[in-house]
Design a protein around this ligand. Structure first.
Ligand code: AMP
Ligand code: MN
Ligand code: MN
Ligand code: MN
Length: 293
């Protein structure tokens, strides 16, 4: 039987709402056996999550979701099985967190100038940990009654084309993949169905991703429409990519899907977790993150 895996989740160390302990407890309660924590641009939650996983009896994969700018488009690359002590990775993520702070200040300015909404940056800084995200601004806007829900907050204020949208200055694709590989990890192109790219551009992206060392793609994502699963299974097989599965869980609130509800990988895919669960596979990262269950 395939292990029940979720290789893409968030905590309050980036823009999720749960603490690592609560995430792991919930994952265990939902019947998951393998869980990766992949917070945006930070590894701050990994040690707590590893300890919680050992307690909950789950196999833990330390991860990260790195923000990338590629041809003017924001992409996400997940790193799985990373060693967070790697210098190149730590320095790269520090740079992205600083860029997030500068962007957040500018988003706050735009909300003030264009919408007469005051104090957004300060409120976000007070609420968030190291990673300042548009999600925190959306939560502030909903909390203050400027939007009826997260979807509306993004649509009216924060999404590309909206008045307070500020593009991020993220890592280059080869940088993100390079940091993940330097940290001993596997690079996964996250939620490919979400990028507004024509098929030919997506093929170019995948070719470049593989050229710089990318190895896997999310075939099943909680943020994909269900019909994308089959087509990305075929896509992964055709392009020789390992297949990953991730809910992109951010917490029990809307609009995220619950942990443990994803469909199985379609036949014909090679699961990325064979890296960690296959016979004789040994990885170095667990030594710094507590014992494996
Ligand atoms: P950032 O990395 O700061 O640009 O924020 C991107 C994050 O915002 C994503 O990781 C999602 O968690 C969240 N997000 C983006 N669009 C939406 C939306 N329409 N509704 C709710 N959350 C969103
Ligand atoms: Mn997010
Ligand atoms: Mn993402
Ligand atoms: Mn994510």
């Amino acid at each position: 039987m395939e292990p029940r895996c979720d290789l893409h989740t968030h905590t309050y160390y980036s823009d999720g709402t749960l603490a690592p302990q609560a995430l792991l407890a919930r994952a265990a309660a939902q019947g998951l056996q393998v869980l990766a924590l992949t917070d945006h641009d930070t590894t701050d939650g990994l040690a707590e999550a590893a300890a919680a996983a050992a307690q909950a009896g789950l196999r833990f994969i330390p991860g990260v979701e790195i923000s990338v700018t590629w041809r003017g488009q924001t992409l996400h690359v997940v790193g799985l099985g990373i060693d967070p002590r790697c210098d190149a990775l730590a320095r790269g993520l520090e740079r992205l967190c600083l860029a997030r702070h500068a962007r957040a200040r500018e988003i706050g300015e735009r909300l003030r100038r264009r919408h007469r909404i005051h104090g957004a940056y300060e409120a976000v800084q007070a609420r968030a940990k190291r990673v300042l995200s548009r999600t925190h601004f959306a939560q502030f806007l909903v909390g203050q009654g400027h939007a009826s829900g997260m979807r509306e907050a993004f649509q009216y204020y924060l999404s590309r084309g909206a008045p307070a949208y500020v593009p991020g200055e993220w890592a280059a694709l080869e940088e993100a993949v390079g940091w993940i590989r330097a940290a001993g990890g596997t690079a996964v192109l996250a939620h490919p169905a979400r990028y507004p790219l024509p098929a030919s551009t997506l093929r170019t992206l995948v070719a470049e991703f593989k050229e710089c060392g990318g190895e896997a793609i999310e075939v099943i994502s909680g943020s994909h429409p269900p019909k994308a699963n089959q087509s990305f299974a075929a896509f992964a097989a055709k392009h020789g990519l390992l297949a990953s599965v991730g809910s992109d869980y951010h917490g029990p609130e809307k609009p995220w899907v619950e942990l443990g509800r994803l469909p199985a990988l379609p036949a014909g895919c090679t699961p990325v977790w064979e890296r960690w669960t296959g016979a004789g596979k040994v990885t170095g990262f667990s030594s710094c993150l507590g014992p494996r269950p």
